[in-house]
Ligand binder design. Sequence first.
Ligand code: 5AD
Ligand code: SF4
Length: 444
Amino acid sequence: MRQSNPPKTYRVKSFGCQMNVYDGERMAEMLGAKGITPAPEGEEADLVVLNTCHIREKAAEKVYSDIGRLKKPDGSKPLIAVAGCVAQAEGEEIMARAPAVSMVVGPQAYHRLPEMIDKAVAGERATDTDMPEDAKFAALPKRRKVGPSAFLTIQEGCDKFCTYCVVPYTRGAEISRPYSELLREAEGLVECGAREITLLGQNVNAWTGEDDKGRDVGMDGLVKALADLPDLQRIRYTTSHPNDMTDGIIAMHGEVDKLMPYLHLPVQSGSDRVLKAMNRSHTADSYLKLLERFRAVRPDIALSGDFIVGFPGESEAEFEETLQLVDAVRYSQAFSFKYSPRPGTPAATMEDQIALEVMDERLQRLQSALNRDQYAFNQASVGKTCDILVERKGKLAGQWLGKSPWLQSVFFEGDSAIGDMVRVELDEAGPNSLKGRVLESATS
Ligand code: 5AD
Ligand code: SF4
């Protein structure tokens, strides 16, 4: 590796889940603290961080093709760091195959990126895929600039080992960030303008900690403490595991006004045999009963989930059980994927892998059921009055876009600003969004 000039500009490209978006923001803040500024729109940066996702399909190939395309205006390569879950899973191979990459940094080690940049400038390539407990968050700079809706990682990692999933290998064991550190970060987010905070974790509802009086608290205790922040108006959380749901978490949906009526609870399949082979340790019925308990305390709660079609051995009849579960739940939105064998996971070597055409056909049927329910949910919202948190301008002049309490995208026209909470009547529904009419505008 040759020596290079210290980078003046950076770009962080995040792929995949919301936790990667959060990590990308924190890396950008670190680079900012080092005096490096975001590259102007349309111009390649001196330093590019590819914050990668490994959850599905050809993730590594995509990284190599992205690396191949990166070029500064003078034709030279920027300094390249590969971060995220592909870095964790395939770091050594990336270093061997892509000489243009000077830094590989895993999701638990990115607080060390500034030192790695100094080394890279001096011509030294470095890989850091350590998983030190806790160290990362304490080492990150204070939050400075966020939009009205901000993410806050409270829990990371996974001990569940679903047989199809790489997360336990790339993100490591479950850890909960300390209560006081989270309250401080949340206060900082609100000070810089956040009005909504989404708590993030691979198993966010497994979060545990000790409050300031040394008492054990679960995620419900944390949510209640956050609800006391006067300028914070909305709280959400994602992603939960059915087996980590507690009575307290269910109850808080009926108790905490700032907690939005929305729950993302992946189920993956409606077949008990497939769920067992996935090592999900819940059944379709126990999942449905759990949702009923949420509906009992918060009847208007919007439900969302994740699905995988074509898990090894999934029969047509088993797939139809998934469709039956969808019919029973009536999701407001959901995410569905074709099973993708992930190297190193137990399911990747299971017999009876399902043909791509079969997966395509099942995915299409599942998605048309989910789209039908999403549209029906939006149509059933017409006539409701609710608050919209304004997140950005729409494409048309005078148009704004924000989210309803049920996480629907709502367009409206009128005088507004990003971060406003606007009272609207929902008066037209589309499959993916709604139109609202402003009733009154509150200050942010
Ligand atoms: N193939 C397809 N989808 C997967 N997911 C996780 N691993 C895989 C895989 N190997 C999906 C699950 C999970 C979501 C984040 O991604 O539905 O809930
Ligand atoms: Fe992956 Fe299962 Fe853990 Fe979710 S609970 S991150 S799907 S192993």
